[in-house]
Design a protein around this ligand. Sequence first.
Ligand SMILES: [Zn+2]
Ligand SMILES: [Zn+2]
Length: 236
Amino acid sequence: MKIVNIYHILAMEFLDILFPKVCIECRSYGGDVCIECVKKIERVKTSTCFYCGKIEKNGLICVGCRDNNDTNITGIITSTIYEEGPTKEMIHYLKYCGYRDLSEMLGELIVERLKYSIIIKGAVVVPVPMHKNREIARGYNQAELLARYVSKELNSPGGLALKRTKDNPQQMKLKRGKRLENIKGSIECIDLELVKGKCVLLIDDVATTGATLSECARVLKDNGAKKVWGAVVARG
Ligand SMILES: [Zn+2]
Ligand SMILES: [Zn+2]
């Protein structure tokens, strides 16, 4: 078995020499994302309310928006600007092109941002779930890869506390109002012990309207979680 592994590694290295990796953003040689493009990643520097953009510590949802948006999430922390630099491409390649290693680079962006926040102390790291059918088709749940990285780097407990029970249409393809309707009742808590009485840090790649994060938060709170924060790479 070991010999096979060595040959496999040698073969992969040989392939890298023959076909060096091309940057997904600028197509130059030098890794999945080249150093120059990494420099162009635009970090979020100010924490704001996800819904109205008012400055709020740790991305807390402001009082007004909590009432108006019927949201269950305590706050949403975004790490980078989606449309600037290679972020959008990186997320696209991670989700749709099998570039699973990008989860480490993107996970690191979440970690960087969270290190300055107080909410991570004792928080349980949980990924936004993906339906089994879609996960089999894709080979992995990118939110889970990100959550694993975040949990490891922050030395925080974590696990798959949520499960998606309905394979409903992708949120991305739906209009604003339809998203919450679509996601309602499709998520279940499968690890009560992990979240009961805890502050949960929900991880996803992108948040667009916040509907998925809110529904996950509702389920987690129904199962005893005290507070639920969302942490995403970017706002889509
Ligand atoms: Zn590049
Ligand atoms: Zn607000």
